[in-house]
Write a protein that binds this ligand. Structure first.
Ligand SMILES: Cc1ncc(COP(=O)(O)O)c(C=O)c1O
Length: 443
């Protein structure tokens, strides 16, 4: 498949094989968040945003596996480096208990592994004075470990935001405020309070600013004289610098500077959950880099291919076995892929590409005057279109799929577009033509 000339070619979606495959799969699989009967055939050709499904359809993937494949399919920048690696067994190792080296010396071995992934991550977070990493297997685990290290500092209360999503393990799900099913009937960590996440001037004024002593809903709660929560009992505040599941909402600047002030004034640890928004997706390495707010802990996963909790060494408990995980740092291939991804972002100026292609995509979406679309928002290549109803959004996702474009819902009636970080001008134009005709058909 030639990336420069590939186009979506679809002969009925979902095809017969895809439907049969999905039925077979569901004989064994527990219900999860399956979105559509798209079945990627990894034995067939794929490059960049283009992939082949089990019926031979060629599709454009503008979901990047929900930001978990930031460089798209079979990116040569990753694949040529993988060629140097002869698969070994075990590749999935007990990496928190044993070290693994891809040759010598540790600063620049033949092949990178978990040690180099941690090294790269501390480089990427040194401007926040972070120098230490705990690697795990998933986003939820990265969040679990972030909140554990904050609780270990003292305090049993925490703040999260309306619209938040932080994962599905019991600790992480206690922080979710985007969909009822995430928490319904499950036990939760106590002491978690949610406050609004204003993204517009109107919401900032209405939901966030008050006439209270500190001037906003969060500071009022913490006010030593008139508040209801003792600041020293607060272990952390956790925020997505752009909300993901909650609908690709960008925080209002005033809200962000209030948070920065609250962090200083009440000495509250800020955890930036960068699991969806990090690793270049918004045009900066971390979405929090766009904000005037310094995080104390960063969580990363998805595009990193491993989970990571990053902070200053002072934040981590010193005793043995307070944090651990058999496979935490252990997947050699994942760590290697994480390092290659970070290196490719630097080497090929992908932050600039994200900013430029993000601008292009946003302009095309805005200029298209899409019927029944009520908002276009996001940052970089983390963009979304909100529709007037949930039914309309779902119909557009289906109509786009029928035409060979994969997109995903988020929030209540919003649809997200997240192409690979190295997406080209031609690919954005191609995908947006398909998208526009899907929206028009639905209208
Ligand atoms: C912001 C955010 N935090 C945490 C998670 C959980 O990650 P995982 O599914 O790898 O556990 C996600 C996943 O979508 C996410 O978007």
């Amino acid at each position: 498949m030639d990336r420069d000339s590939a186009e979506p070619t679809v002969d009925g979606m979902p095809g017969e094989r895809a439907q049969e495959w999905a039925d077979y799969h569901h004989q064994f699989s527990a219900p999860s968040t399956y979105v559509y009967d798209f079945v990627w055939d990894f034995t067939e050709e794929a490059i960049g945003p283009f992939c082949t499904d089990i019926d031979g359809n060629v599709l454009m993937d503008f979901t990047s596996h929900v930001a978990a494949a930031p460089l798209g399919y079979n990116n040569p920048k990753i694949m040529e480096k993988f060629d140097e690696f002869d698969l070994v067994d075990p590749t999935k190792i007990a990496g928190q208990d044993f070290y693994a080296a891809g040759g010598w010396p540790p600063e620049d071995p033949e092949l990178p592994g978990p040690t180099q992934l941690m090294d790269r991550l501390t480089d990427l977070t040194s401007h926040y004075d972070m120098d230490t990493v705990f690697l795990s297997n998933s986003g939820a685990e990265a969040v679990e470990n972030a909140i554990k290290i904050c609780y270990a500092q003292g305090g049993h209360r925490a703040f999260t935001f309306d619209g938040a999503f932080h994962g599905r393990t019991l600790g992480a799900l206690s922080l979710n405020r985007s969909k009822v099913n995430h928490r319904k009937g499950y036990p939760e960590i106590g002491g978690v309070v949610s406050v609004p996440y204003p993204s517009t001037q109107e919401a900032y004024e209405k939901q966030w600013l008050t006439d209270g002593p500190g001037g906003n809903v969060l500071a009022d709660k913490l006010d030593p004289e008139q508040g209801v929560i003792a600041p020293e009992e607060v272990a952390y505040l956790i925020i997505e610098p752009v909300q993901g599941e909650g609908g690709y909402r960008v925080p209002h600047d005033g809200f962000v500077s209030d948070l920065a002030e609250i962090r200083e004034r009440f000495d509250v640890n800020v955890v930036a959950d960068e699991i969806q928004s990090g690793l270049g997706r918004t045009g900066e390495m971390w979405a929090v880099d766009h904000l005037d707010l310094d995080p104390d802990v960063i969580t990363s996963a998805k595009g990193l291919r491993a989970g990571a909790t990053v902070a200053n060494s002072d934040m981590f408990p010193k005793e043995k076995a307070r944090l651990s995980s058999t496979w935490g740092a252990g997947k050699i291939v994942d760590s290697m892929q994480g390092v290659f991804t970070i290196d490719a972002i630097h080497e090929y100026d992908l932050l600039d590409n994200v900013a430029e292609r993000g601008r292009q995509m946003r302009e095309l979406l805005e200029d298209a005057d899409l019927p029944n679309a009520i908002d276009v928002r996001g940052r970089g290549l983390m963009l979304a279109v909100e529709f007037d109803t949930k039914e309309r959004r779902e119909a557009v996702v289906k109509a786009a799929l029928k035409r060979g474009l994969l997109v995903l819902g988020c929030g209540y009636k919003t649809l997200r577009l997240l192409p690979p970080l190295d997406v080209t001008e031609r690919e954005i134009e191609l995908a947006l033509d398909v998208f526009q005709s899907a929206v028009e058909e639905v209208a």
